[in-house]
Design a protein around this ligand. Structure first.
Ligand code: FAD
Length: 527
């Protein structure tokens, strides 16, 4: 058994920002399930949003974020993040992280969907995530210990179940290890892998959200999934993301005959909010019509978008035709473990940051390039909070590991889970399809799994279990929200229902070991 001041689970942007900002006298362990760079942060293409241009203003960034989030956002949280964004970018820039600049040393800024100004700071063209992650890794101080290929599979609470005191993890040799800490931080990212079409890394199976739920933490907004409109689509499979910045630079969505599909749909046309663009493409694909991204008007495409060009080349797409076949797929979850802006969850000693968390910043739909920013913002806030809240090291005498039930039930087969989630809890939802999915999921003895001991399960079984828990929570919440808002679109309730739903979050929390104690929280989000 090992003891630390802080355990950080994951090594994406949120985890690395936190690790870099903690004071050097703290004993910190990063546990990450693959290598340090595996995760969504490394894949991020477009960049980081911040009102750094002379004519821009944090308030405009705030307004765009609220608009994209369909005003489901926590307004105070958005205000605070958008105000801090320029300082966060400048801090990173001045400490040596290279962003793309013009010949006078000014930041080059990109445009993305639903932003009213050019405010996307990028690095290496469309390799922003890789550059920031590599910079933050190179900057990690020596008090940070890293264990790679180490997957956290359960949280340890105190006897009263009021405080998180550690984690259980599977080591590379497949043995189990206990780690104790004063502060346990979930920085495990999102859950895009629960869908058959996704832009997400394989690591994004919702582990941290499922762990927190099993432990009794509050979750919020699980119905809000963002589907990215443009994933490269070949032979029935998605092959990676075509960044929104490509449309920002002038690419347009067309049919094979060249008809522009976003004309007359939204005033921002191809740069309309993501759920509107996704739904429009999905409507065409439901009718068997392939949609393409027409990049012919973009000059120097290869140097401006090296990652996209590499991806297309690898998949044998002839870019000379100017047409890239696309479909929408899962990209980001706005919900997650409910936290404040310091990353504190409803369980003492347990924190969540980055995509695993729900701070309320993204509302019902995330504005492009706001998630790297949120990871940096809340990761930094949590570091400050931990630095100022030292407590005594736990001793193993305090440790009481509850006995869990042995359970050896069946888990859903992954391909089936992903396909049914895409078909029934996907971009366009109805009560009928959601009920079908809820019933299909219920046959796998959900409640038993929530209390089961996990020590004997393989990594593959654990991943299936987390994805099963997340799929159930997303489906339940999607059934319950009888309106359309942001990333949640109900064909049977196609409009926002502000009389009944504005600012209300669906909260899931296990109480007294029982699942399904979910409720509406009417006051959670500041107006
Ligand atoms: C292709 C793509 C492009 C994107 N482009 C942009 C963009 O341009 N701008 C933007 O703002 N956002 C973008 N996003 C979204 C953004 O990248 C993510 O929301 C963000 O990086 C999440 O950061 P994170 O630190 O929370 O999680 P991640 O970067 O996903 O890191 C999660 C970490 O947790 C680890 N982990 C997970 N489970 C466990 C476990 N059980 N035990 C141990 N470790 C575990 C993973 O291995 C990983 O290290 C993009 C996303 C994708 C997929």
């Amino acid at each position: 058994m090992k003891q630390y001041d802080v355990i950080i689970i994951g090594s994406g942007i949120a985890a690395l920002q936190l690790a870099n900002k903690l004071t050097k006298d703290l004993n910190v362990m990063i546990l990450t399930k693959e290598n340090l760079t595996k995760g969504n942060s490394y894949l991020a293409q477009g960049g980081v949003a911040a009102a750094v241009a002379p004519g821009d203003d944090a308030y405009l960034h705030y307004l765009d974020t609220m608009e994209a989030g369909a005003h489901h956002n926590d307004a105070k949280a958005v205000l605070e993040m958008t105000k801090k964004a320029p300082g966060l970018i400048n801090g990173l820039w001045q400490s040596g992280c290279r962003f793309d600049e013009d010949e006078h040393g000014n930041l080059l800024l990109g445009m993305e969907g639903a932003h009213s100004e050019k405010r996307i700071v990028h690095s290496g063209g469309d390799e922003t995530g890789r550059h920031i992650v590599e910079f933050l890794i190179s900057d990690l101080p020596s008090n940070i210990i890293v264990e790679q290929s180490t997957s956290v599979y359960d949280l340890i609470l105190n006897q009263e179940k009021t405080r998180c005191i550690g984690v259980k993890a599977k080591l590379p040799d497949r043995t189990n290890e206990l780690y104790l800490a004063q502060h346990v931080v979930l920085a495990t990212g999102g859950c895009g892998q629960i869908y058959s079409f996704t832009s997400n890394a394989e690591t994004a199976s919702g582990d941290g959200i499922a762990l927190a739920y099993r432990a009794g933490a509050e979750l919020a907004d699980m119905e809000f999934i963002q589907f990215h409109p443009t994933l490269l689509y070949l032979d029935g499979k998605t092959r990676g993301l075509i960044s929104e910045a490509v449309r920002g630079e002038g690419a347009v969505l067309v049919t094979e005959e060249g008809k522009r599909i976003m004309e007359g749909i939204h005033p921002l046309k191809d740069l309309a909010p993501r759920h509107i663009v996704s739904q429009t493409i999905y409507d065409y694909s439901r009718r068997g019509i392939q949609i393409y991204l027409d990049i012919a008007s973009i000059k120097d495409f290869r140097s401006r978008f090296p990652t996209v060009s590499k991806l297309c080349r690898k998949q044998g797409i002839e870019m000379e035709t100017g047409l890239i076949p696309v479909v929408p797929g899962s990209h980001f979850i706005m919900g997650g473990v409910k936290t404040d802006l310091q990353g504190r969850t409803s369980i003492q000693g347990l924190y969540a940051i980055g995509e695993a968390a729900c701070t309320g910043i993204h509302g019902a739909n995330r504005l492009a390039s706001n998630s790297l920013l949120e990871g940096m913002f809340v990761g930094g806030n949590l570091a400050e909070w931990i630095n100022n809240h030292r407590s005594e090291i736990l001793t193993s005498d305090n440790l009481h590991i509850p006995v869990q039930n042995f359970f050896d039930g069946e888990l859903p087969e992954l391909d089936m889970l992903k396909q049914t989630m895409m078909d029934r809890t996907g971009i366009v939802r109805t009560r009928e399809k959601l009920t079908l999915q809820a019933e299909w999921l219920a046959q796998f003895q959900y409640e038993q799994w929530l209390d089961a001991a996990l020590d004997h399960l393989s990594q593959e079984q654990l991943t299936r279990l987390y994805m099963y828990i997340i799929a159930t929570l997303v489906t339940q919440s999607a059934l319950e929200r009888t309106e359309s808002r942001g990333g949640h679109y109900r064909e049977d309730f196609p409009y926002e229902d502000n009389a009944n739903w504005v600012k209300k979050q669906i909260i899931h929390q296990r109480k007294n070991g029982k699942d399904g104690k979910h409720e509406l929280n009417q006051t959670a989000l500041a107006t």
